[in-house]
Write a protein that binds this ligand. Sequence first.
Ligand code: KG4
Ligand code: ZN
Length: 332
Amino acid sequence: MYILGIETSCDETGIAIYKEGKGIVANELYTQIPLHSQYGGVVPELASRDHLNKIFPLINLALEKASIELKDINAIAYTSGPGLVGALLVGATVAKTIAYGLNIPAIAINHMEAHLLAPLMEEEIPKFPFLALLVSGGHTQIYKVNKIGSYELLGESIDDAAGESFDKTAKLLGLEYPGGPKISKLAINAQDKYSFKRPMPQGLNFSFSGLKTAASNLIKKEELTQENKASIAKAFENAVIDLLSYKCKKALNENSINELIVSGGVSANSKLRATFKDLLNSLNGSVYYPKVEFSTDNGAMIAFTGYIKFKNGFRDKDLSINVKSRWNIDTL
Ligand code: KG4
Ligand code: ZN
């Protein structure tokens, strides 16, 4: 059984094929980052047009890599939200059209659920119930995962998402979009010259916009030498990771759970990975990540989530095309 996965929610065209019993047998990714970085962020209309340019060549390439033909596909999984509406519409329309032609189901996938489930593609997986920290460009959320499809929101950012705050702070430092990887690289050999106050909203919620403002004030005040830039990047990265791990520890303790998934673009961050590994070790538990290449947006996590839904009986062949810019997984 083969499931084709299509991801077009933002600035990456991701196409993958999941084979039952084997796993991901093709994974193609085209990133639009060079296109958008000249504008300092994603330009939605350009994103949609570029998805349209790349989606069919990438599907053909994926079929070739998997050594199969389109008619061998049993279902098509596509990102239906959350994301940029125009970009989502490209993937949704292509998915529904091919599905209609082949008389197979097209499965609407929630992008954040796919991020959450991505670590389950690995050999070692957590047992239910576990907690999940989703950290991406648009989301920072802690969920209790009772089973696949049952997600309880425990806390989330009340302002900027963690990835968004990386991107905004990077921009202030004159670094290109997307800023997360650039800040992280700059911070590696930096000195501990600065420290940011940790904003602490109630309960398990997060707040990151104050950090960006603090960074902005510091940048205005200090001479922006390469060393100072690196020290600011380090102080910022430390603060974000500290806040994420503090709230996750609290959530794990409150729920008497010691297994945690950390997923989404920011989970590619190596310092974050090391910090959470230490935290879960100290709790006699384990942290689970996707492969680094499946932390940021990709088609593999969509194909995999589609496979789970298909296996659980999804056979709908409805032809209407619906996408959602906002779509929380506790409403699934
Ligand atoms: O999951 P993702 O690829 O797209 C969304 O669904 O939003 O996440 C993208 C976000 C961006 O904000 C990017 O700066 C951040 O993930 N990111 C990182 C790293 N790699 C990507 N942030 C910190 N450190 C990284 N190594
Ligand atoms: Zn994402």
